[in-house]
Design a binder for this molecule. Sequence first.
Ligand code: 57M
Length: 359
Amino acid sequence: MLYHLLYPLHTTISAFNIFRYITFRTIYASLTAFLICVLLGPWVIRKLSKMQIGQYIREDGPQDHVKKAGTPTMGGILIIFSLIVSTLLWSNLTNYYIWIVLIITTGYAIIGFVDDYLMQVKKKSKGLSVRIKLLMQVILAIVAGVLIYLHPDFNTRVTIPFFKNISPDIGWVYIIFGVFVIVGTSNAVNLTDGLDGLAIGPVIIVSVTYMVFSYVSGHVKIADYLQINYVSGSGELAIFCGSLAGAGIGFLWFNTYPAQIFMGDVGSLPLGGSLGMVAVITKQEILLVLVGGLFVVEALSVIFQVGFFKMTKGRRIFRMAPLHHHFELKGWPEPKVIVRFWIIAIALALIAMSTLKIR
Ligand code: 57M
C-alpha cells in the first residue's frame, strides 16, 4: 500500500524513489511485522488468558510438559496478523504471487483457527479430525496450484538442487507436486511445534533463506548470472518472507523458553503452508527438503515410529515421536534440545544457500 501511495511522489520529491526497491521494502516490512508482534504481544497474551484459551496437555507426554497446562495458545493469530498487515503495507499489491501466498496463509490460518477453536470449546487435545483437516488443506493447495499453473509466465520446470542442467518440465503434474510440497510442509511444521520456540526458530531461518531465493529468482540479471530459473515477479515475495521472519522474531520474544504463549494450529499450519508455497513459486521446491530439513526429519520420525509401532504391535524406534520428545526423554533439558535443533537448521540453510554456487 505504501508502495502505491508513496512511490508515485518520486516525480516531485526524489527521495520517494526508495520505495521502488524491493530490498528497502523488505527491510522495513521485517521491522514492521516485528514491531506489531512485539507491541501487541502482551495485550494478546492477556486477552487469550482472560478468555481462558489455555493449552490442554496430554497426560501421556513427557512429564515436564504437565506444568505447561494453561499456557495461552492460538498466538498464531498475532503472527498471521502482523505478517498480513506488513505484507499489505510494503508489497506491490498488483503482484499475482503475493495474493496467492496470502490466500494460502489466510486459508490455512482459518483451518488452524477452527481446529484450535474446537479444541478450546471441547477442552480436549484433539480438534478437527485428521482427515477433514487434511482434505481442507489439499483443496486449498489445489486452488493455489491451479492459480500458479494458469499464470502465463509460470513454467512447470522443477529445479534439482546441485544440477544446473537438469530441470525437468513435468507439465500439469506440477499441480500435484505443488500440493504435496505445500501440504507436507504445513504438517511438518505442525509436528515440530512441540517445544518452546522449536518451530518458530527454524521458520525464521527458512523465511530468511527464501527471502534471498525470492530476490535472486525474481531478478533477471542475478538469476541469469547464477543460472537459476528466473520467475518474473517472484522478487516481491522477499517482502512476504521478510515480514514472516520479522513476525516470527516478534513471536519468539514471547514463545522462547519458558513460553508465555504457544502458536497453536492457527500459527503452525499457515506458516508451513506459506513457506511451501514460496518454495514452489520461486522454483526452489526440492531444496525445501534441505532448507527445512529439520521439519522433514521430525515428520519422518513420526512416520517411521508409527509404522514400526503398528508393524511390531507396540515396539518403538524412538523413546517417543516426534524426535524432540526422544531427546527430552533421554534427559536433555528442553532449552538444549531447542537450541541444538536451531543450530542444525542454520547449518542446513547455509548448505542450501551454497547450492546457488555449487551446481
Ligand atoms: C501437534 N502439538 C503439541 C500448541 C502448539 C501422529 C502423532 C505423532 C501426532 C502428534 C501430534 O499431534 N502433533 C501435532 C503437536 C502441543 O502443542 C500445541 O499444538 C500446537 C501445534 N499444533 O502451538 O498449541 C504440545 O507441545 C508443547 N509445546 C511446547 N511449546 C510450544 O511452543 O511445549 C508446544 C509449543 C503442548 C506443549 O506441551 O501441549 C504436542 O506435542 O501435542 N502427536 C504427538 O506429538 C504425540 N506423539 C505420540 O503420540 N507418539 C507416539 C507414536 C507411536 C504416535 C509414540 O512415539 O509413542 C505426543 N504429543 C504429546 N505428548 N503432547 C505424545 C505425547
